[in-house]
Design a protein around this ligand. Structure first.
Ligand code: NOJ
Length: 532
């Protein structure tokens, strides 16, 4: 049969936070050569595409999401030559590379902003969003930054405010200006010409702002201590209708390079999220689906409800995707506990749609407490509990003093986890029932079994409230995934007679099973092939 699915539909994406993956040159910060040294591991693990968080020159106010030059490599990470060598090796291993593209804002040290700030008459003035002060001399409106405080910064020299939806060192570009669009499309071409396989686009739904600069409403339920980004309803700063025109332009550019992937970071409720596929499926291929990251309760009923709601609302032809964690949210093993997070891995890797794995989650890595004096993240500046440093700790490769992330005697940029001697790649590769063995087995089965990577999905009703059960089917082959989302054993009775357990989340059981009546152990899940 002709293969009608593209690589990004059948494959699995692995997110690398480059600062934290592998330090090859002894400065305590990960780099491109380090990633290159670890490609054997990624290939062994069985992921298909690597998404790198930003690697461009940056003053690191927001650790690379503040870009000072879009068409070069940050020296801490290496050089363009290192990049080309990495890309070459990734491709040689038949993997793909996806770059993070950050179009909403630049660094205040980008030459465009330096010119824009220089005077009101600058030809680059309108490349950013400048406004006169309000009548009282204060900010032009009430918009707040995602990192806290006003989103406006006063520039005394020119007497105007500029907009920064994130850090003060991240001025927002004016995407209504056609010259900005052209310049940024040139950036995309630069990397596509070099051979990258697609982009993950940062805050894509925020690129266009209200032309009248109206005040955003406060969220009625927001209270001091809540994350600053949750303070307002971004009705005039997010999801503006015109953003879809920009996305279509970007997508057609990407499409002109062949089979590439275009992923959008979008935090919106499902109905609005769906609009980002585009009416003609001509916007992003994968609007990130963050339902699992945002789920208030990790309960079978809620998990099923979110999967079913998503499957039901997906437009015809739109491809699903799932995310368990990223560099902005607490790690899954911390959110729901390491034991239950093995079940979550089985869920992620057996659902319909492209999964994105966050580096280290495959080891069961947890958030690492970072003492205030070692914190870096601007989101934690007003309240350390909102810092994202804990989920960005160095990858745990082995039990050596630098966890194999950095050489002995080098201080990593963020502290290592205290348990790295136990939870690390080298050790877990050798343990028959380790977390890593589970994830590697899941990735192998997902690749081998067409029902898992391209099959249909249907959930089924079961008596136990604590279990989520669904069927994946393709070309007459059926598989049941039964997940016990609780820490107590659950009795199940499924509408099938017999099957064969291919894999259990605990890695304790394989082989025949009678499905009409069985017990699914606490914190376990079974992937079962149904007998005809
Ligand atoms: C979303 C990124 O994932 C996050 O890390 C960053 O701080 C903001 N966008 C601003 O670029």
């Amino acid at each position: 049969m002709e293969n009608v699915y593209s690589w990004w539909q059948q494959g699995v994406v692995y997110q690398i936070y480059p600062r934290s993956f592998m330090d090859s040159n002894g400065d305590g910060v990960g780099d491109l050569s380090g990633i290159r040294q670890r490609l054997d591991y990624l290939q062994w693990l069985g992921v298909d595409a690597l998404w790198l968080s930003p690697i461009y020159p940056s003053p690191m106010a927001d650790f690379g999401y503040d870009i000072a030059n879009y068409v070069d490599i940050e020296p801490v990470f290496g050089s363009l030559q290192d990049f080309d060598a990495l890309l070459h090796d990734v491709h040689q291993r038949h993997m793909k590379m996806i770059l993070d593209f950050v179009p909403n804002h630049t660094s205040d040290e980008h030459a465009w902003f330096v010119a824009s700030r220089a005077s009101r008459e600058s030809e680059k003035r309108d490349w950013y969003i400048w406004r006169d002060p309000a009548a009282d001399g204060g900010p032009p409106n009430n918009w707040t930054s995602f990192f806290g405080g006003s989103a406006w910064e006063f520039d005394a020299a020119s007497g105007q405010y500029y907009l920064h939806m994130f850090d003060v060192k991240q001025p927002d570009l004016n995407w209504r200006n056609p010259l900005v669009r052209q310049a940024m499309y040139d950036v995309m071409r630069f990397w596509l010409d070099r051979g990258v396989d697609g982009f993950r686009v940062d805050v894509i739904w925020m690129m266009i702002k209200d032309t009248q600069f109206r005040d955003n409403p406060e969220r009625p339920d927001w209270k001091p201590g809540d994350p600053p980004y949750a303070r307002q309803e971004g009705i005039y700063t997010e999801n503006q209708p015109e953003v879809h025109d920009v996305i279509r332009e970007m997508r057609s550019l990407v499409d002109s390079y062949g089979e590439k992937v275009f992923i959008g970071e979008i935090y919106l409720p499902l109905p609005q999220l769906m609009e980002y596929y585009g009416e003609m499926l001509d916007e992003v291929h994968l609007p990130f689906n963050f339902q699992f990251v945002q789920l208030a309760n990790w309960h079978a009923r809620d998990i099923r409800a979110s999967v079913d709601a998503y499957e039901t609302i997906l437009p015809e032809g739109a491809w699903p995707n799932w995310v368990l964690g990223n560099h902005d949210r607490s790690r899954i093993a911390t959110r729901i506990g390491r034991a239950q997070s093995r079940v979550a891995q089985m869920l992620l890797l057996t659902l319909r749609g492209t999964p994105t794995c966050y580096y280290g989650d495959e080891l069961g890595m947890e958030d690492v407490a970072v003492p205030p004096e070692l914190m870096h993240d601007p989101q934690g500046k007003d309240n350390p509990i909102h810092s994202r440093d804990p989920e960005r700790s160095p990858m745990q490769w082995n039990a050596d003093s630098g966890a194999g992330f950095c050489a002995d005697g080098v201080t990593p940029w963020l502290p290592l986890s205290e348990d790295y001697r136990h939870f690390n790649v080298e050790r877990e590769q050798q343990e028959e029932r380790s977390y890593l063995t589970l994830v590697q087995n899941l990735l192998t089965l997902r690749r081998q079994i067409p029902a898992l990577h391209v099959g249909s999905y249907a959930s089924i009703d079961v008596a136990s409230e604590e279990c989520f059960v669904y069927v994946r089917e393709h070309a007459g082959k059926r598989y049941v995934v039964a997940l016990n989302c609780s820490n107590a054993d659950q009795a199940l009775s499924l509408p099938f007679k017999e099957g064969t357990i291919m894999l259990s989340a605990s890695l304790e059981r394989t082989g025949p099973i009678a499905l009409e009546d069985f017990v699914l152990p606490a914190n376990d899940g079974y992937l079962i092939e149904i007998a005809d």
